[in-house]
Ligand binder design. Structure first.
Ligand code: PXP
Length: 255
């Protein structure tokens, strides 16, 4: 059974810090705490409008935290230059709209092949592991494979929203089936498969149970939950739900 990595997204620690200016709460301190609580990586999204993570946070996260950094960026020249300057362990390319509250949908890889090709190549040549954040759509996965990137991250937002609207109902089952099928297609195409967006204690288990998904990136819920029980406890509980779902699914497959 392959270990399921947990990448903790610390953007919203910076959101709270920026609400008042100054340095508290510090996302780097949260990242160190996440490492101690059992996270396997740190994820941070440097947005064009710098609404949460700042350029300075990126250097401090790389220099001051003993975990690989997965830097989420839009496919712009500005972000490419920043990624090449910092050379994080990984870069996840996401679509970005200035007015959106959060990343709304996956990247249109199929419609943007010509723009993305040199972009991904520059990152790869710098030794950065490139992933593309895509909807669970075979067309997008085939385009990602055609670009030669090693990793895709499946957008779990539609599944999580469906769970909220009709818990365990037909729509949630349909969205989960799309994720399961997309993970299978990704594996067949030789793509490492990650997943994330909107995951909570209530929605994580079915995604963690998909055997070819090897990493989940989770932020908003963990930082929100930390208000009530602390970051250490929120991460440990998420980790344990992931591990339990993974072990149960492996047991069911071998039975
Ligand atoms: N993965 C990607 C590519 C994202 O853009 C985000 C949100 O920044 C996440 C995962 C984490 O989503 P959430 O904060 O809803 O857990």
């Amino acid at each position: 059974m392959q270990h399921l990595r947990l990448g903790v997204n610390i953007d919203h620690v910076a959101t709270i810090r920026n609400a008042r200016g100054g340095g508290h709460p510090d996302p780097v301190r949260a990242a160190r705490l996440a490492a101690a609580a059992g996270a396997d990586g740190i994820t941070a999204h440097l947005r064009e409008d710098r609404r949460h993570i700042s350029d300075g946070d990126i250097s401090r996260l790389i220099d001051g935290v003993d975990l690989p950094l997965n830097l989420e960026i839009a496919a712009t020249e500005e972000m490419l230059a920043i990624a090449l300057r910092h050379t994080p362990h990984a870069a996840c390319i996401v679509p970005e709209k200035r007015q959106e509250v959060t990343t709304e949908g996956g990247l249109d890889v199929a419609g943007g092949l010509e723009k993305l090709r040199p972009y991904c190549q520059a990152l790869r040549e710098a030794g950065i592991r490139v992933s593309l954040f895509v909807d669970p759509d075979p067309v997008q996965l085939e385009a990602a494979a055609a670009l030669g990137v090693p990793v895709v991250e499946l957008h779990t937002g539609a599944y999580c929203e469906a769970c909220q609207e009709d818990r365990g109902g037909a729509q949630a089952r349909e969205e989960l089936a799309r994720l399961v099928e997309a993970a299978r297609v990704a594996e067949d195409l030789g793509l490492e498969c990650h997943a994330g967006h909107g995951l909570t204690y209530d929605t994580v288990a079915p995604v963690a149970a998909i055997p070819s998904v090897v990493e989940l990136n989770i932020g908003h819920f963990l930082i929100g939950e930390a208000i009530f029980c602390g970051l250490d406890s929120a991460i440990k509980r998420m980790r344990s739900l992931m591990d339990q779902a993974r072990a149960e699914a492996a047991g069911a497959r071998s039975a």
